[in-house]
Design a binder for this molecule. Structure first.
Ligand SMILES: NC(=O)c1ccc[n+]([C@@H]2O[C@H](COP(=O)([O-])OP(=O)(O)OC[C@H]3O[C@@H](n4cnc5c(N)ncnc54)[C@H](OP(=O)(O)O)[C@@H]3O)[C@@H](O)[C@H]2O)c1
Length: 258
């Protein structure tokens, strides 16, 4: 994909708040037209209006549940109708579930698999053929710094193991897609101050160790502006004082709701 980003078109999922909203603003600051997605219509519209007011780009919010294939098809169709093509896909929508495994609700497994893994793979499948035809495209998946831990962080096993799978899938997809001119990037953020980590924050004794979204915004900018013949395969931006090495998630911790 060429480095001229002005006027390009991107889909960003989970863009109504948190990391997704921050990186949507980063893309807008680079002149990229946006199709943003999330389930909650109100916050999505507010975000779309906010970005359109702040930056000179077109922004369309499409209410989407990434666990539903029909919603993903609608998202892609709407983006193509408005912008003609999709140059960039940023798969970011995600949910968390923190429990000691033996207490984790069964319904959380479905929600994690369908949102954090299957939603990503399906949406890539829906945009990839056009990217292949155009011999150009950038796909960025929001993975997790937890995939760097071995063993995985306790009480986050299902979440983190699906992120490990997503990271492996992304790396493999690069090798399959590189001759088509498509870049695939995994971003591995550390523990970031968003709604998703709200519960974690409550049990953290030192919130100063949580990252803001700034480093992830910089990583997105880097990923989209590397030379044409370079693929930023993985970018890990983790906390300097990473909570994994100190007991922000204490050994005997119970779920905060318990
Ligand atoms: N925060 C961290 O410390 C951290 C660290 C590593 C990786 N990550 C990853 O970064 C991504 C963003 O996390 P975040 O911290 O920004 O979370 P967040 O603040 O909770 O925001 C999540 C976003 O995803 C959307 N979303 C959730 N389920 C969805 C669904 N089924 N369909 C469509 N949209 C959905 C939410 O909107 P609706 O609820 O309205 O749908 C929201 O816009 C996730 O993939 C997460 O795993 C986060």
């Amino acid at each position: 994909m060429s480095n001229e980003l002005k006027g390009k078109s991107a889909i960003i999922t989970g863009a109504s708040r948190g990391i997704g909203k921050a990186i949507a603003k980063t893309c807008a600051s680079l002149g990229i037209n946006l199709t943003i997605a999330a389930r909650g219509e109100g916050p999505l519209k507010e975000t779309a209006d906010e970005i359109a007011k702040e930056y000179k780009v077109q922004v369309m919010g499409v209410p989407t549940d990434v666990t539903k294939l029909s919603d993903l098809e609608n998202l892609v169709n709407k983006a193509k109708e408005k912008f003609g093509k999709i140059d960039i896909l940023i798969n970011n929508a995600g949910v968390s579930s923190q429990y000691p495994f033996e207490k984790q609700p069964f319904e959380d497994f479905e929600s994690l698999v369908h949102t954090n893994y299957l939603g990503y793979v399906r949406l890539i499948r829906l945009v990839i053929n056009d990217m292949i035809k155009n011999k150009s495209g950038a796909i960025i998946n929001m993975v997790s710094g937890s995939t760097l831990c071995d063993p995985l962080p306790r009480t986050f096993l299902v979440y983190s193991s699906l992120k490990v799978g997503l990271r492996a899938f992304s790396k493999g997809l690069f090798w399959e897609m590189r001759d088509h001119g498509i870049k695939i990037t995994s971003i591995l953020p550390g523990v970031t101050d968003t709604d998703l980590t709200g519960k974690l924050k409550e049990i953290s004794t030192d919130t100063s160790r949580l990252m803001s979204t700034e480093a992830i915004e910089n990583a997105i900018k880097f990923a989209l502006t590397v030379p044409v013949n370079v693929c930023p395969l993985e970018i890990a931006v983790i906390n300097q004082q990473t909570p994994w090495t100190a007991p922000v998630i204490p050994y005997k911790q119970q779920h905060p709701d318990k």
